[in-house]
Design a protein around this ligand. Structure first.
Ligand code: GLA
Length: 400
């Protein structure tokens, strides 16, 4: 399958990118982990709308973490830390105007240092599973750190979700503000070849869009698949079973017992995986279905129906009747992992003392398909010296 992720710069200079470059040129003013000189130094100094607040978020084994609060003119806020590129909060209004946090997470960095299922995290170098924790590239076999039975999951035990990033704020300009995180993942980290220089930008627009832009280059052939692992609950209910989900996908990738794709692309028609029209998640999750049994619910990659190869397009919507919150997902990626929070079991207590029960939130992870390095018929995840990996995902919020 043709992979046009490595399009020439002109292709990438779409209107949004021009705006972004403008912001980049005029707003990036300093390096370091504590934001730009233009960024407000304390929360008190920056309590007005339309800001990037910067504050200390505590110590990690690799140094001090910083928390960035992006706030737009509507009062929508996104909290991001440079530890693991984690989105710790997204505060958006419901249909009565009441602000609420719609993602799972912890109150401070300590929570993220312990065991947790990738709450809000930047996932890399390879999002999702690589079967047997092994792949061969240009004749060399690479053994990865296995952290999911025999498989490698989400970049390994110390994947990007547990790394500290260099951060720069992107101060408000033309309706956009944000933070840019950068790090070089060294050759051999978690078993992956090549020094991977990567940057992730979190941008909040005045259209209530959280836009995440990923970019990476390498000095040796490698594989890359970056995503974000936010757990959403848009409603006022303890589970996400009431949420109505639409995914523009005629096919999905069925899995084996280890949740590794079998290689087949299965039609969703007539199955509980048909979300082409919005369906309540709870409506069919309990049906007798081999794939639902293997996933303990939904934990599958959907093959997105793309109108244009790798253009930014709307691929999914999520609606919570209890709050009226509506979220659209746009991406340049060919796949979407819909995970219905099946492994949450109440053992973790998050923000506001809430314990996170089974299916109390769901993930919509935009990505290349799982195990692509071992599946020659899947879109390629290879990145070579001289190429630039680029990927964009937008989560757009509104109410109904
Ligand atoms: C992913 C996987 C799930 C699970 C979660 C984390 O989304 O697909 O199987 O591992 O991460 O718990």
């Amino acid at each position: 399958m043709k992979d046009s992720r490595f399009a020439p710069l002109n292709d990438w200079l779409a209107p949004g990118a021009v705006l972004f470059l403008f912001v980049l040129l005029f707003s990036f003013t300093s390096c370091g982990t504590s934001g730009s000189e233009e960024a407000p130094a304390t929360a008190e100094e920056s309590s007005t709308a339309d800001t990037v607040q910067v504050r200390s978020y505590g110590e990690t084994p690799d140094g001090s973490a910083t928390l960035f609060t992006l706030r737009n003119v509507n009062g929508m806020e996104v909290d991001v830390t440079n530890y693991g590129g984690i989105i710790t909060a997204i505060r958006v209004p419901d249909n009565r105007g009441a602000m609420g946090d719609v993602v799972l997470g912890f109150a401070d960095v300590k929570g993220y240092l312990g065991e947790h299922p990738y709450f809000g995290a930047l996932i890399g170098r390879y999002g999702n599973r690589i079967g047997g924790g092994v792949f061969t590239l240009d004749g060399t076999t690479y053994e990865l750190d296995r952290n999911d039975g025999d498989n490698a999951l989400h970049g390994g035990p110390k994947g990007f979700h547990r790394q500290l990033y260099e951060a720069k704020t992107i101060n408000p300009e033309a309706g956009v503000r944000g933070v840019s995180l950068r790090r070089v993942s060294p050759d051999g980290e978690e078993g992956y070849p090549g020094n991977l220089d990567h940057t992730v930008r979190y941008l909040l627009t005045d259209e209530n869009e959280l836009r995440i832009e990923y970019e990476a280059t390498t000095d040796a052939p490698t594989v890359v698949n970056l995503t974000n692992h936010a757990y959403f609950n848009l409603g006022n209910q303890p589970t996400i079973l009431e949420h109505e989900l639409m995914i523009e996908a005629e096919r999905f990738t069925p899995v084996d017992e280890g949740l590794i794709p079998t290689g087949e692309l299965k039609n969703v028609a007539g199955t509980p995986f048909d979300f082409r029209e919005p369906h309540a998640i709870g409506a069919r999750i309990g049906e007798e279905n081999e794939q639902l049994e293997l996933g303990l619910g939904y934990d599958h990659n959907f093959v997105l129906d793309r109108k244009t190869d790798y253009a930014l397009e709307r691929v999914a919507t999520l609606y919570a009747p209890s709050s009226g919150r509506f979220m659209e997902v746009l991406t340049t990626e060919p796949g979407l992992q819909f995970y219905s929070g099946n492994f949450l079991d109440g053992s973790l207590t998050g923000k506001d003392g809430k314990s996170y029960e089974k299916r109390s939130a769901l993930c919509l992870e935009t990505q290349h398909w799982p195990d692509s390095p071992n599946q020659p018929d899947f879109p390629s995840t290879e990145l070579r010296p001289g190429e630039t990996y680029r990927s964009t995902t937008v989560y757009r919020f509104s109410v109904r």
